[in-house]
Ligand binder design. Structure first.
Ligand code: SF4
Length: 461
């Protein structure tokens, strides 16, 4: 029934608890303020020590949204004042200038990703200006990946044409659910026509990959209503689909306080919503990539997975290989060499640092040898559902089984439950364990085993 998955409800009930999405390891809550702008500058300057540097990937965070979606867990600024983005673009330009000063000549970038918030909150002239700023600071590869997150409300043919002209060739559309009852409950009214118009325009203008974001577990969601949404999605045939589980954490995310817990589907219905979605995606020919992601077999993500070069980063899965991510903008997270660093989360703090001529770094982390080994294990599990003990041992100068003695005895419990197979050379996530790969990764997370609270994370499923 499913291409590369087995859905086991009992395993999901047992292992589907809270856990990180592992867009980084260590996760951002382990970052420390001792990692400041000076440490970041050091790593920027020494990125290519030894003459080998990873290519650059640029992430730009555009935090503004015109209205708030009640399920939202993003770092955003909700405002009806369209003039707020212009000064922000000037600050982004200052940050680019500071970064380029540190990088010297080493400024070739082959990926650009605009995320938010709502990048398309920016009017045309500001989008143009921002691409001009990036183009003058970095050597952008015209054959690279240029991705943007789109709110289809307000992105018709003309805007899509502009985005294509600016070089964008991938887009991700926020859809969530087409059911008007659910849309009202989450304060995101978006017609089917708006989504389809943006999709068709993207195809006409040569976008190479189109992703739809969907969420299950939203208030007022029903099997019948979500079934209609899924049929429409499969008919629209995006290249990729991200199917997220709604995590109701009103104590952490303010907008979620507008959602009544009584309107949420029960855990059993939520499981059926997910099962139904996976069945329809499989029938429509999508393959499961991992975590929350599905792709058509001919999409770059599926290809990269088959070829063993899929990676995972703050934007999710990537087919573009290993890169240093320079993240620009408020709250954005960079990954340069063996470090992660995050910019100030509040706009005023971010701007004040740039006014002082300093990179706006709030906190970060330099990965230890132990972090790097665990990160490699988690990446391999998350991207390829298996890890070679020998590869990790050679790359990190350890003996896998003795270094991870504690983890291997924990993993034996997951093997007994059918989530993983273990032999002398490989740990392999089984088809029944694939949906729960986050739970397998968690075994290798040293910080979780040290008793860090899990309540802040979303459920695995
Ligand atoms: S879900 Fe997206 S569009 Fe909605 S408030 Fe959050 S960032 Fe803005």
């Amino acid at each position: 029934m499913y291409t590369n998955l087995v859905i086991d409800a009992d395993l999901i009930r047992k292992y589907g608890g809270n856990g990180p999405r592992y867009t980084s390891y260590p996760t951002a809550d382990r970052f420390v303020e001792a990692f400041d702008a000076d440490v970041y500058r050091h790593w920027l300057r020494n990125r290519n020590v030894g003459g080998i540097s990873r290519p650059l990937s640029l992430y730009v965070h555009l935090p503004f949204c015109g209205t708030v979606c009640y399920y939202c867990a993003c770092n955003k600024i909700v405002t009806g004042d369209r003039s707020r983005s212009a000064p922000y673009i000037s600050y982004l330009a200052r940050e680019v200038e500071l970064l380029c000063t540190e990088l010297g000549e080493d400024r070739a970038a082959s990926q650009v990703h605009f995320g938010g918030g709502t990048p398309t909150f920016l009017p045309d002239n500001e989008l143009r200006e921002l691409m001009r700023v990036l183009g003058s600071g970095f050597k952008l590869n015209p054959a690279g990946e240029y991705a943007i997150e789109i709110d289809p409300r307000g992105v018709g043919e003309e805007r899509v044409a502009l985005l294509a002209e600016l070089g964008f060739n991938r887009m991700s559309l926020g859809v969530q659910d087409f059911d008007p009852v659910v849309q009202r409950a989450v304060n995101r009214i978006q017609t089917i026509e708006q989504t389809l118009e943006t999709t068709l325009a993207a195809r006409r203008h040569g976008f190479r990959s189109i992703n739809y974001d969907l969420i299950y577990g939203l208030p007022r969601q029903t099997l019948e209503g979500f079934s209609r949404t899924l049929d429409l999605v499969c008919e629209a045939a995006p290249d990729r689909i991200a199917l997220y589980s709604y995590a109701h954490l009103p104590a952490v995310f303010m907008p979620q306080r507008r959602i009544a817990a009584a309107d949420l589907p029960t855990p059993e219905v939520k499981l059926q919503l997910m099962t139904q979605a996976i069945a329809k995606f499989s029938a429509a020919g999508y393959v499961y990539i991992g975590m929350d992601h599905f792709a058509r077999p001919d999409d770059d993500l599926a290809l990269a997975q088959r070829q063993g070069r899929l990676t995972r980063n703050f934007q999710g899965y990537s087919s573009a290989g290993d890169a240093d991510t320079l993240a620009i903008g408020v709250s954005a997270i960079s990954n340069v060499g063996p470090t992660y660093s995050q910019n100030y989360k509040e706009l005023d703090d971010y701007a004040a640092r740039l006014d002082d001529g300093v990179l706006p770094v709030l906190r970060g982390i330099e990965l230890s040898a132990d972090d790097l080994a665990r990160s490699a294990v988690i990446q391999s599990l998350a991207c390829h559902f298996r890890v070679s003990k020998e590869s990790i041992s050679i790359a990190h100068l350890i003996d896998f089984d003795s270094y991870f003695t504690h983890e291997m005895s924990h993993l034996a419990l997951l093997r007994d439950d059918g989530l993983v197979d273990i032999d002398d050379e490989w740990i392999t996530v089984t088809p029944s364990g694939r949906l729960l790969v986050r739970a397998v990764c968690m075994v290798f997370d040293r910080y979780l085993s040290q008793g860090q609270a899990r309540a802040q994370y979303s459920r695995v499923l």
